[in-house]
Write a protein that binds this ligand. Structure first.
Ligand code: IFL
Length: 448
């Protein structure tokens, strides 16, 4: 829904924000004193701007996929509060969160799951989402919630296909067949039955009333956006092109369905950009042109895409940075053409030498973050449609449990999902130099 003068008037009350509950005061000047906040607390869209409280909403956020897990578990609650406090103090106020994982036999997937089987849901995790949103609301943070996953780590489309066929899920971690995995997951877009199960899940979450706050989700400004999936792709780069029309139809159908349930919140796709759309910028633009997709998302993965080699950092960094900047500019251009805001909602880089250990150096990461933030800030100053940056990923107080860095059921969550080594891209609470870089970027964005 585009922000209109009317919608701003409807919600145009004056809210006095006093200090946020249990926030570390002093670290975040914006939450320190009484400030008059006008306009709607819902994030909305006006042309190529995200808006909140009657003014452009620029933000720094992070990926916090495990947030609802911390909300659901007894011992997780303390960790949840501590991590939200730390993020808030850094000025990182926008969290991208997994709304639901599917119960699955995939070897590298998170357990437990919220989506147990078609039409069956894990109430503990739904309450976990309630708790998370309630805790975020206390701190005036906002959430982007995604319903599905193209990748295996939360069951996702692969598991929907397994429910449909009655066969075990196509597992890329045991078969090594990534092309086959992607092509199989993409069959999801073509199945009426799978779409129905997916929409049932969406309906359960969107129309839920928060058991902690008593507020219907549709009326909760803590939610910025419903997101279709994590990194949905039309299929594999090699063979996915014939599936593109189904992918696009799925985006349209799902976005319209969500809008039919909830006109207060934004809808986004979770796309990586051209690299996740058959490496075709034109198709990415085409898939995001409909009015029900309120803003664009893109992700940037220099290592995954072969631009950066952590074992040869000095040699590969210049090209990685040049490609990253070019990738950013291409996507800002598309957003400008579509007159929509855009968010860089995933990007990350490993610790020095590809070392996963907690104390391993972060020089490469800090350098990459500082330089890309500087570039992004220039784009913001130039009034481009770029409104937010969410690094991947927050690992907070999570720690790898095993020497092999593999996540096993019951282990603490880090920001790295179970299919990847624990510590790969996680920024931990003690990564001082990285936090300093993040805080400085957050200060810039907040003061726009
Ligand atoms: O962990 C990955 C995640 O699944 C994602 N994109 C890339 C991340 C790092 O490889 O969404």
């Amino acid at each position: 829904m585009r922000a209109t003068v009317l919608s701003l008037m409807v919600f145009g009350c004056i809210v006095w924000l006093t200090s946020c509950a249990s926030v570390q005061h002093g670290a975040d000047s914006s939450s320190d004193s009484k400030v008059a906040v006008t306009g709607s607390p819902f994030v909305s869209v006006d042309g190529s701007r995200l808006m909140r409280h009657g003014k452009p909403y620029y933000f720094v956020g992070t990926n916090f996929w495990y947030g609802a897990y911390l909300g659901s578990a007894g011992e997780g609650l303390e960790r949840l509060g501590a991590e939200l406090d730390q993020l808030k103090a850094l000025g990182i106020n926008n969290l991208r969160i997994l709304a639901a994982a599917e119960q699955t036999g995939l070897t590298m997937a998170v357990q437990p799951a919220l989506h147990l089987a078609p039409g069956e849901y894990n109430e503990d995790l739904l309450v976990g989402l309630d708790v998370l949103l309630a805790e975020m609301a206390k701190r005036d943070m906002v959430a982007v919630l995604y319903f599905n996953n193209f990748w295996q780590w939360s069951g996702g489309m692969s598991q929907y296909m397994a429910w449909l066929t009655g066969e075990p899920p196509f597992d890329p971690d045991t078969t090594g067949d990534w092309n086959g995995f992607m092509q199989n997951s993409a069959k999801f877009y073509r199945s009426e039955e799978a779409q129905q199960w997916y929409q049932d899940l969406i309906q359960v979450i969107v129309t839920r009333t928060n058991s902690v706050t008593g507020k219907p989700y549709v009326d909760d400004p803590t939610i910025m956006s419903w997101q279709l999936a994590n990194e949905p792709r039309p299929g594999s780069d090699q063979d996915g092109r014939p599936f593109y029309p189904h992918y696009k139809a799925w985006i349209e159908k799902t976005a319209r369905f969500i809008k039919s349930l909830d006109s207060n919140h934004l809808v986004s796709s979770g796309s990586e950009g051209s690299m996740g759309t058959l490496r075709d910028l034109g198709l990415y633009k085409d898939a995001h042109a409909i009015a029900e997709i309120d803003y664009l998302t893109f992700h940037m993965w220099p290592k995954n895409w072969g631009w950066f080699d952590v074992k040869r950092p000095d040699e590969t960094y210049p090209l990685a940075m040049a490609n990253s900047k070019a990738y950013v500019l291409q996507h800002l251009q598309v957003a400008e053409e579509l007159d929509k805001p855009i968010v860089l909602e995933e990007f990350g880089i490993e610790r020095d030498g590809g070392d996963y250990r907690l104390g391993a150096g972060t020089r490469q990461r800090d350098r990459f973050f500082a330089e890309i933030f500087g570039f992004l800030e220039t784009q913001v100053k130039l009034e481009s449609p770029l409104m937010g940056t969410n690094f991947w990923t927050w690992g907070g107080l999570g720690r790898a449990k095993s020497d092999d860095f593999i996540w096993r059921t019951g282990d603490p969550f880090t920001g790295d999902p179970p299919q990847e080594p624990q510590g790969l891209n996680s920024v931990f609470s003690q990564d001082r130099s990285t936090l300093k870089v993040l805080k400085s970027h957050a200060d810039f964005m907040r003061n726009r």
